[in-house]
Design a protein around this ligand. Structure first.
Ligand SMILES: [Zn+2]
Ligand SMILES: [Zn+2]
Length: 246
């Protein structure tokens, strides 16, 4: 069940007096349409479809099961799946909840993630959705954790409960701004368990994130959960940037 905080009420009131615009083409949306995208822009969102690496979902050439970085190598995060390619309207959608404070965009994204979950029968028997944590300072600045909002609406369509069981121990630089080695260093010890290890033991957990760039954050988070005895950890992101190193 979603509850309405003060900011959401303020946003609703604003929408009554101020028309809501499409997060991509900026056209006014029809009354009672919460967006974040108009129908035409919504239809341009491209699904992230095979061929992709069966572990990390990065692009592979037709006929290959795994990318060279995953082939034969064990990972903490057993698989990553994503809903949309990170292009055009999908970029605007992410910017809407990441930089423009549009909570409704994150909630809609979570609903679409819920509908798309059927595409991935390999994600099964999940005990809990685990939103990727934000550092408290960044969460305060933004007013919310977009991954939590997405997980909440994904939970409403999938029936899988949300558990905030990982926390950030320190602020990190945005991963996209860093090279390969700096990324791993940036994330070292950046996550910790927020609950007793008994709550994680033998659980099958799905990390929920907005953008998956290299998978390094999911990997670091999954390590914390595996160290606490999780049975299986996977990652599910709204969009997947492909062709980046990990
Ligand atoms: Zn539009
Ligand atoms: Zn891969």
């Amino acid at each position: 069940m979603l509850f309405m905080d003060t900011a959401s009420i303020a946003q609703t009131v604003l929408q009554i007096v101020w028309p809501v615009i499409c997060a991509h083409c900026r056209e006014d949306l029809p009354k009672n349409h919460n967006g974040p995208l108009c129908l035409a822009c919504r239809q341009t969102l491209l699904p992230h479809e095979p061929p992709f690496c069966l572990r990390c979902a990065d692009r592979v050439t037709e006929g290959m099961d795994f990318c060279p970085r995953c082939d034969g190598k064990p990972h903490e995060c057993r698989l990553i799946r994503s809903v949309f390619q990170y292009r055009e309207a999908a970029v605007s959608l992410v910017h809407a909840f990441k930089f423009r404070g549009r909570r409704s965009a994150a909630r809609a994204a979570g609903t679409w993630m819920g509908f798309a979950l059927d595409r991935y029968p390999e994600i099964e028997g999940i005990d809990a959705l685990v939103p990727m944590p934000l550092h408290p300072a960044r969460r305060r600045e933004r007013g919310y954790n977009q991954a939590l909002l997405m997980a909440e609406t994904l939970s409403a369509t999938s029936g899988i409960p949300v558990k905030e069981i990982v926390r950030r121990t320190r602020a990190t630089k945005p991963q996209w701004a860093l090279g390969r080695e700096a990324r791993a260093e940036n994330l070292a010890d950046a996550f910790a368990l927020a609950v007793p290890a008994d709550d994680v033991k033998e659980k099958r957990l799905l990390l929920v994130d907005d953008v998956c760039t290299s998978g390094a954050s999911l990997e670091a988070c999954a390590k914390v959960l595996n160290d606490a005895g999780a049975a299986w950890v996977g990652g599910y992101s709204l969009v997947r940037q492909t062709g980046r190193d990990s």
